[in-house]
Write a protein that binds this ligand. Sequence first.
Ligand code: ARG
Length: 570
Amino acid sequence: MIEIKNDIASAIAEKIKELNSDVTMDISQIASMLEYPPDSKMGDLALPCFKMSKTLRMAPVKIAATIAEGFSAPCVARAEAVNGYLNIFLDGQKMSEKVVCEILERKDKYGAPDLGKGKTVVLDYSSPNVAKPFHIGHLGTTVIGHSIKKLHEFAGFKCVGINYLGDWGTQFGKLITAYRKWGSEEQIKVGGVDALVELYVRINNAIAEDASLADEARAEFHKLEEGDEENLKLWKWFIDISLEEYQKTYAQLDITFDSYKGESFYTDKMPAQVQRLRDMGLLKIDDGASIVDLEEYGMPPCLILKRDGSTLYPTRDIAAAVYRKQTYDFDKAIYVTSAGQSLHFAQWFKVVELMGYDWYDKLVHVPYGTVSINGEKLATRTGNVILLRDLFATAIEKVAGIMEEKNPNLAGKEKIAEEIGVGAVVFYYLSNNRTRDINFVMEDALSFEGNTGPYVQYTYARTCSVLSKSQSFDRSAPLTVTVPEEADLVKVLSRFEENVIDAIDTYEPSVITRYILDVAGAYNRFYHNCSILGAENEQIKNTRLALTEAAKTVLGNAFGLICLAKTERV
Ligand code: ARG
């Protein structure tokens, strides 16, 4: 649609020049003014003429009427002036020829905007704290983060996905103490990350009873910091055990990372930044701690060093950002975390700016809202956590049950149930604007009717099934569009690229889930109203197969942007 809009904009620009030869308007500026009317009776596109009225010194109604007169542009059937709007009606046949031809030609590149050539984006997401549960609160950072990565890759950016593991800190002292007291190699080998979490919970409870245990834990962490071999070995092992578990979840989502450099990696990179802060006179001592005062910027101080000189979360983030800038020379560094960390990011972004790093404005925090399940808030402390792994397992099991009833002989049904179960959770989650707090209702997510993952995956499978039932069709044969549902489908397909750009600009994967629902809706209306394989003649059948292939391509490309598997059979 972008090209069609540009053609229309350039025809409008010509008309404007005729109206007033002193005024020239930018084509891209006009194109950006074109709107999609809420009702197709008002055309497929509309130009509101109110803003131009001042520059052209003419009433909007008159401008619209003058442009409408004898208006012509490629793919346009006619234009009408109504109340200061220029309503534009597209020619379904011509537009379909253009759009479908482009989709069939560009295939998996269709819809990809050319935004990122030569640019690098670093994305920090998922980043769980090792040996703590990987729970539903991490769903957001994981799937929103990965989706934003996929969107940027699609647009030609070079992307570096970083899993900034929480792999350092006093919790390891606690874990080592607990392991020596109550754990065994066998127990961890069998129990994996669950056994680690159990030890962690046990030691926290024990510390509440007996404070001397906390000193012991601190001493163990100190030994670890000093490079004690035994402790280092345990620490590495705990991380491996945890990663093994996370990998299972990442595999289900088809997520891989380019780097797993966690917090521990930056230990030796912090002193230089602390020194820079000190040299620049930015550090203030407050009750023994070193802080950067941010009162001037309406924020509480950013903590850099504790009283005992140990570093903090912001200190590490600053050192990590400097390292990443040096290593990847990013054009943008994106951090995806819950909105609860917004202040933390605003603070240290400001500190980076005060430190004189001119790339401070390339740091972007992408926050998201909280998740509750069936109305219940989650709290790690009270043990009310739902592990991501268990959430997926429940979804998969339910889908398998439904499939067993509907289609018990389906080949490869385990894999399909997994794709749909995981897809249901992901799609449901990404259907919301990311900053909204959401309440997760499993029944709603899994429904095959309504705006769900199973519904859109089912629609994709439908396009596959139509195509596999037909003989191959002639891709170069001219299209013959005969009913409105066909042109309506093509109009939706033509808007893919605009939606991708919007999703990238706003860091909002829900733009894509919403768009997928539009495509699925338009395809299903077309499917139900037009006979495809039994079409009245070969040419119409060929057209409808081409439309099906086009819908399949767009759905598939869009699925790839939001961690949704392209399930070919259900
Ligand atoms: N590990 C942190 C947590 O689970 C998230 C890290 C986010 N990334 C960052 N660079 N601070 O809350």
